[in-house]
Design a protein around this ligand. Sequence first.
Ligand code: FAD
Length: 661
Amino acid sequence: MTFGVGLLVPGSMNKKIGVYICHCGTNIAATVDCHELARFAATLPGVKVSRDYRYLCSDPGQDLIKRDIREDSIDRVVIAACSPRMHEMTFRNAISSEGLNPYFLNIANIREQCSWVHKDREKATDKAKQILRAAVARVLCQEALTARKVEVNPSALVVGAGIAGIQAALTMANEGMKVFLIERSPYIGGHMAQLDKTFPTLDCASCIFTPKTVEVAQNKNIELHVCSEVAEVKGYVGNFTVTIKKQPTYVDHSRCTGCGDCMEACVLKKGVPSEFEEGMAMRRAIYIPFPQAIPMKATVDKESCLLLSKGKCKKACVEACKAGAIDFEQKEQTIEKEVGSIIIATGYDLFDPYLLPQYGYGIYEDVITNLQFERLASPSGPTRGEVLLKDGTIPKGIAFLHCIGSRDENANLYCSRVCCMASMKQALLAKEKTGAEIYEFYIDINAFGKGYQEFYKMVREEGIYFIRGKGSDIFKRDGRLVVAAEDTLLGTPLEISVDMVVLGTGLTTRHDAEKVAQVFGISQSADRFFMEAHPKLKPVSTNMDGIFLAGCCQGPKDIPDTVAQASAAAAEAISLANKGEIEIEPTTAWIDPELCAGCKLCIEICPYSAIDFLEMKGISAVNEALCKGCGACAAICPNKAARQNHFTQDQVLSEVEGLVT
Ligand SMILES: Cc1cc2nc3c(=O)[nH]c(=O)nc-3n(C[C@H](O)[C@H](O)[C@H](O)COP(=O)(O)OP(=O)(O)OC[C@H]3O[C@@H](n4cnc5c(N)ncnc54)[C@H](O)[C@@H]3O)c2cc1C
């Protein structure tokens, strides 16, 4: 293949292309001969100016391009540099500041797709020439496009009222935004409400948490909906219409005083396992889950209520309620809200310990999860904060097993990040409360946060035994539980007898994460947590503009990181609301009504649900605000009715021809 022979494109002679080759320090220049590339570019049709420069993204680099547009009337620009994901916007802004349409720019990626993946300088330079020639051929066919503006509704919806959702809702509400806070369970707080003390400072969870939940209840800008879930989301950034399904609580919350008389009267005396107490205590069919619950209102669980599940009950609760709040006529409600942004904060589920039967969960009653231990240690928990065995006695030996369901090829490969610290916190509390011999079975200690390493050191000094080796099996011998493991420091197998085993169960996605992802049109990573738009540069955004992530729904994290991320998501939503209007990228698809046969293939393939079928006209139409310009519709349309702005057939083919000529 010979280089330097220009590809003659009709009309190329009227265009004045400026080509700019970036050295990116030595990132590109070490592998690609940038001077040679600039010389080559000068021979291509339509190219008026060709330069190479150390860092084009720097101010002087951009000034170089701007000056050429001003002084040499350059009307098309090709930048050979890094991926367009990095600096396309930088250069679009630069050229539009000189009055050139920003879509007269094309980026030739000669870093990620060339210099970083090749070693041979000559061959890499040849490949860079090919990429550049294709980019020049394409820019000649590019058309001017204009961004459309849409108004932004200044209110927001937050899904999930754990600490992440609460933090996000309060941050926005305190900025004057109207916030709809949607919580599935009858109370707010999520997992943090279940914790006893929090690492590394050991302050009591409810002492730092309840001021926030009370503030939610008092904040006039927050409209809280408990027992509610989002069923459907329509619209686009700045203008979402959200349909919420609100389950009946069978208690009129405007009348309920939270006195608890109904709970006392409930005929289901034996009760059912309390979800809040992780099954370690029972609750009635009508209940308030814990003493500081917000809202402090009773809820009827229709599964366990004898009237609602079996149609037979004396309705003692109705009689006992002096406020006349109990209302068995309540029905599911459908509510619609219009919002400009959405923050998803649906949190995590604990890894299911039944999936690893070797640890004896559900077989031995004194094998419990770490969350169950939190409830045991809590003064508001089933034992009023005493760490006791099921038979009511104090344990003499307790083993904490790390990485149950995490860093495990048979469960989840990822590290759940908080379990090491939670296990060490619990070991310290157990030592204080029982004086028992405490053993920590660990693989590595993950003490990553501020003050965490110091906490680990302090725990070691409290006489707790650290055994480097993952517990592999639990069985009973002589009435005691035995933990089998291999001490990997000594290289010997060992067995240790204890009375209680606490499994450091990891964090997983919510069981219905896939359904939630579908409702909101967002993606999941390989680990099934919701996926951010960019792991480093857009960690709270999603692939859907205007929908943000906060807390453990995006990946396991501790409370400080959760709060920081929730504040960041709120800041994104606030900045969106403050803009008042936003520009919609014009690189979207459109459907030619003359050619559309109404086959709906485009609707089926569109991953963003951005195409509607117009029944009256029998054709499809793209909602530009939802379209992400992926091009799937244009590729599948048998009639070539679906087209993709900025990726027209001419543009794509000229690029391909430029590549192969
Ligand atoms: C045993 C244990 C001990 C821990 N100890 C500490 C500690 O000491 N210090 C620390 O920093 N971190 C600790 N953590 C981590 C801490 O629990 C999390 O960082 C924090 O709870 C994450 O909050 P979140 O709001 O993201 O999620 P969650 O607390 O899970 O809250 C999510 C909320 O969303 C609701 N929800 C879920 N799905 C939906 C839906 N579809 N629609 C509406 N609502 C929905 C849920 O009901 C819940 O209220 C511990 C974790 C464990 C397991």
